[in-house]
Design a protein around this ligand. Structure first.
Ligand SMILES: [Zn+2]
Length: 267
């Protein structure tokens, strides 16, 4: 705690004192352009990984970066989503999962949590769609590979859940809202964005390039359900920067990427 108190002083004497204009502007109101939904995990810092400034991201955090479907609960997530879209007029939503996610590990052994952590158990039950998809489609995978896939599938599930909100449904219909599925890799610092044209998680910069070349949407009905239109990336906030330390198309293997969509049962 002493370290935090010391940090408060340091913030006031250094950063705050050299950014007066910014904080005066922020004191008059906020105008974030991105809703960033991510996990409570301490190893993720949305502003750090995107190099966004204070005031630029409206953030929702919880265990497993989850947004329960509209009407499923009366929690704060739906209210925050509605406020972000209706009141703040945000046009970009990012759901960002991450590697080695404890919540997704818990989801993979959900029944064991019921007695020791009943509240966590209740919360994770809201990711039942992810759990079921993984259980039914990836029965033979090793645990580390299974966890990666669960993280990726869960992000896509939350994108689908977002679409159940009336305010989001309406804005998508108007073409005024874009949804992005990201996975952050803690070990490499890299972010991958789901690209429905390639059925995989790719460098967000590559996603933009591919999209601008006029790639067409996949014929997969489940891809269309996601609402990740290719043109969405062309309006991605250019103030954000991404790590480009690797030329790899994805941190998932081609086989994994295939399974994300089609399931190992149909291989
Ligand atoms: Zn997590």
């Amino acid at each position: 705690m002493k370290k935090l108190i010391s940090g408060l002083h340091q913030f006031q004497t250094s950063y705050f004192s050299t950014h007066h204009a910014l904080f005066e502007e922020l004191a008059r109101g906020q105008n974030p352009r991105v809703l960033f939904i991510t996990c409570s995990d301490s190893r993720i810092d949305p502003n750090l990984i995107t190099q966004a400034q204070v005031g630029e991201l409206f953030v929702i955090r919880n265990a497993g970066n989850m947004i329960p479907p509209f009407g499923a609960t009366n929690g704060g997530e739906g209210a925050a989503v509605e406020y972000a879209i209706q009141a703040l007029d945000i046009e970009q939503i990012i759901v960002c999962g991450h590697s080695n996610c404890g919540a997704m590990k818990g989801l993979l052994k959900l029944s064991k949590l019921e007695e020791d952590m009943p509240l966590v158990y209740d919360w994770l039950k809201q990711a039942e769609a992810t759990r079921r998809l993984i259980k039914d489609n990836y029965p033979d995978l090793e645990s580390s590979e299974l966890l990666e896939l669960t993280v990726a599938e869960n992000v896509l599930t939350q994108i689908e859940n977002l679409r159940t909100y009336p305010v989001i449904h309406s804005r998508l219909h108007q073409g005024r809202l874009h949804l992005h599925a990201w996975v952050y890799n803690i070990e490499s610092g890299e972010v991958r964005e789901y690209d429905p044209t390639r059925h995989g998680f790719v460098d967000p910069d590559g996603f933009v390039e591919a999209s601008m070349q006029g790639c067409t949407l996949s014929q997969s009905p489940s891809v269309r359900l996601l609402g990740l239109e290719p043109e969405s990336a062309s309006s991605t906030d250019k103030t954000m920067t991404y790590n480009r330390t690797s030329n790899h198309d994805s941190w998932l293997s081609p086989e994994q990427r295939q399974r994300i969509y089609r399931g190992s049962a149909s291989q």
